[in-house]
Design a protein around this ligand. Structure first.
Ligand SMILES: *[C@@H]1O[C@H](CO)[C@@H](O)[C@H](O)[C@H]1NC(C)=O
Ligand SMILES: *[C@@H]1O[C@H](CO)[C@@H](O)[C@H](O)[C@H]1NC(C)=O
Length: 175
């Protein structure tokens, strides 16, 4: 192969990769927001992160926005978590004046697949997908989502003590 052929091939490869990059950028420019979040398995059934929480890979999650009065759904996006438990969603449009919530769909772990339904979990899953509230940029982060085990692990008791989670316990220690 002559020198010029090699240069030609090299520049062709360069050009193609540049094209690839611009295309990828344009694609993501169609989206208003990039929503990211993490999914944990919570062996303590506490619905907050502890040292015993573990990220869940290959979990299915969704995000839905709806009109607060009519309940009409305006957008639904689903995603799977990567190997470190994170999901990543591209969201089209501005969703001011809508209620947007992330939710769990399916866990790949049979022993950690219960979806919490307690009242406050819904509040915690709210996400704000608008630029009209002073938050700049495209990136939005949602609160962590937790799959629960059927029973709380015995280690959780110790974990809560270390976190001083139980207020009564803290008071006793200080007295
Ligand atoms: C998983 O996604 C998160 C957030 O997008 C990213 O920071 C992390 O590097 C990803 N992990 C892998 C292994 O790709
Ligand atoms: C979590 O684990 C780290 C490292 O093992 C430890 O330093 C920390 O105190 C633990 N936190 C709680 C709340 O148990």
């Amino acid at each position: 192969m002559g020198k010029s052929t090699i240069i030609f091939i090299a520049s062709a490869i360069c050009l193609f990769s540049l094209l690839g990059i611009t295309q990828a950028n344009e694609e993501s420019d169609n989206y208003q927001f990039i929503l990211e979040g993490i999914v944990y398995c919570d062996p303590c059934r506490s619905i907050f992160k502890t040292n015993l929480s573990e990220p869940v890979a290959d979990a299915r999650v969704g995000m839905q926005c709806r009109h607060p009065e009519t309940e009409q759904v305006t957008i639904t996006v689903t995603a799977s978590t990567n190997s470190t438990g994170y999901y990543h969603m591209l969201i089209e449009g501005d969703h001011e004046n809508e209620i947007c919530e992330t939710y769990l769909i399916k866990s790949p772990k049979e022993d950690c697949s219960e979806i919490p339904t307690e009242g406050h979990t819904k509040e915690l899953s709210r996400v704000t997908l608008t630029s009209n509230n002073g938050i700049a940029g495209k990136n939005r982060e949602s609160n962590a989502l937790f799959f629960l085990t059927k029973k709380a692990a015995p280690e959780c008791q110790q974990e809560f003590k270390e976190m001083e989670y139980l207020p009564e316990l803290k008071d006793i220690n200080q007295a």
